[in-house]
Design a protein around this ligand. Structure first.
Ligand code: AMP
Ligand code: MG
Length: 476
């Protein structure tokens, strides 16, 4: 069962009240409250009105219900408390652009890798027993019986008392059971080779099937294909594999001040940063991104764009217009087309965030500030995309020493990009990494470009003193 204390931020009385009704009992452990929820129960919460603050990750989504989990901690999530985000995807076969795709089904080896015994060094293939007892002063003298050419099978079996020259990766002749490195031989140039160091059977050989043998599991179902996995598949002669379909994510930017990257902004105008950034993030997270362009702050234009994206995509992201101002229409439009599940998150940056549903599809209203949009996407959208893509999101963390004090007391969890560097104050056996907070207004995307990761100051903590050890989530 999930640790209850972690849920206080999510499900304390006030929040549940603000969230609205709790519709179903399935997932989380609740501390207290609610008309439909009792202490210690697990629940799936559904907010049916605008909420002020929900601090959690959206990890599942079905039938307009969201499963909220505390930020940063995905432990304790088991099959019992995960909502299946979609029907089990049908696998498709791909033979190109394997990178980043999610493998559907285990891949088993159909052959030996390597397919023959190979030398691991440049040297001479020998019968180990012919070298026993030799040394610098009393070399074993063997007759040179030729050379194994790269890419060719060794021509003949190795007779006792002989050796053959072999390069790294070359085929080992029958009868040879070790390779002596060039450094340990002397070529007498008269057809005889002196071995100065005894070899044991198996020395410097990679045997047939050492990497994989037929029937071995080479890759596991759900793997996000990395360059190394492509290497393994290539070694096995697999150029086509089954992968899961990618979720399709529609990206919309809204704001009268926005112009596209290719335009020169006039005074009062800015270039659209979020569309290209979000399209790239979606590709990085394993989704197929669709660009619905820049939409003016017009209810009718926004309605058409969101309705279109909502119909054609699995998830829709709209950045901008997500606050509560009169020019901010995103919430109104999502509410009219579907339903608002929550509006507002107790985090900084990122407060004006909306999660809604059109039909059974999630629609996020992201803050316009690019850094805020980035954090909300990383923290909330990414876990959902990972689930829709059929993989498990793994975040990597390191501990580091904070090199500057940070204050924070606004009742919201604060996310701060940090730059990591070697910390010379440690001793060689106890080195530290130091984390320098990058302070910036949330509009400046350059603060992310120079960061290696981010830290979080929880909402009820008033800051972190210099030299405190912090947990840094690395950008991946
Ligand atoms: P909004 O959420 O619409 O109030 O926007 C908040 C801030 O983010 C404003 O300064 C906007 O100009 C800016 N902003 C909104 N959308 C984008 C975008 N796509 N690219 C860059 N900045 C944006
Ligand atoms: Mg705006």
């Amino acid at each position: 069962m999930i640790d209850l204390t972690k849920y206080n931020a999510v499900l304390e009385k006030n929040y549940i009240r603000k969230l609205g009704r709790v519709s179903q009992v399935v997932g989380l452990t609740v501390e207290s409250i609610g008309p439909d929820v009792n202490i210690g129960q697990t629940c799936l919460i559904k907010a049916n009105k605008y909420s002020d603050a929900v601090l959690s990750e959206v990890v599942g989504f079905k039938n307009n219900n969201i499963l909220l989990m505390p930020l940063g901690d995905m432990s304790g999530i088991g099959p019992g408390n995960i909502i299946e985000a979609q029907e089990k995807p049908i696998s498709i076969r791909v033979s190109e652009r394997l990178l980043g795709r999610v493998l559907d089904g285990d891949v088993f080896a159909g052959e030996f890798v390597p397919g023959f015994d190979r030398s691991m060094v440049d040297g001479y293939a020998v019968r180990a027993s012919d070298t026993f007892g030799c040394s610098d002063s009393i070399p074993a003298v063997l007759t040179l019986a030729g050379e194994v050419l790269m890419g060719q099978a060794a021509r003949a079996a190795l007779a006792p008392g002989t050796c053959v020259a072999v390069s790294t990766g070359g085929d080992l002749p029958e009868g040879a059971d070790a390779v002596v490195m060039l450094e340990h031989i002397e070529d007498y140039k008269d057809g005889l080779i002196g071995i100065m160091s005894p070899a044991a059977p198996g020395n410097n050989i990679i045997f047939k099937g050492d990497d994989v043998s037929p029937g071995d599991k080479a890759l596991t179902d759900g793997t996000v294909i990395s360059p190394y996995d492509i290497g393994i598949l290539s070694a096995l002669g697999r150029s086509t594999i089954n992968v899961r379909p990618r979720p399709v994510v529609g990206v919309i930017s809204t704001g009268d001040e926005l112009v596209s990257t290719t335009e020169i902004p006039g005074r009062g105008q800015i270039r659209d940063v979020n569309t290209p950034m979000l399209l790239a993030l979606m590709e990085q997270f394993g989704a197929e991104a669709k660009n619905y362009g820049i939409v003016r702050d017009s209810e009718s234009e926004l309605t058409s764009a969101i309705a279109l994206a909502g119909a054609l995509c699995d998830v829709t992201l709209i950045s901008g217009g997500s606050s509560a101002g009169t020019r901010d229409m995103t919430a109104r439009v999502i509410g009219a087309l579907g339903e608002i599940l929550f509006h507002g998150i107790a985090m900084k940056p990122g407060k004006p965030t909306i999660l809604g549903a059109i039909g059974s599809k999630p629609v996020f209203g992201l803050p316009g500030h690019p850094v805020a949009a980035w954090f909300v996407t990383e923290l909330f959208v990414r876990p959902l995309i990972a689930r829709l893509a059929g993989n498990v999101l793994k975040r990597r963390i390191v501990t580091a020493r904070l090199s500057e004090a940070i204050s924070s007391n606004h009742g919201r969890a604060e996310y701060i990009p940090v730059e990591l560097s070697a910390d010379n104050s440690g001793t060689p056996d106890r080195e530290y990494i130091s984390a320098l907070p990058i302070k910036s207004k949330s509009g400046l995307i350059s603060s992310l470009a120079s960061a290696d990761g981010y830290i979080c100051i929880p909402r009820d903590v008033e800051g972190i003193a210099r030299n405190m050890i912090v947990t840094v989530t690395l950008f991946t």
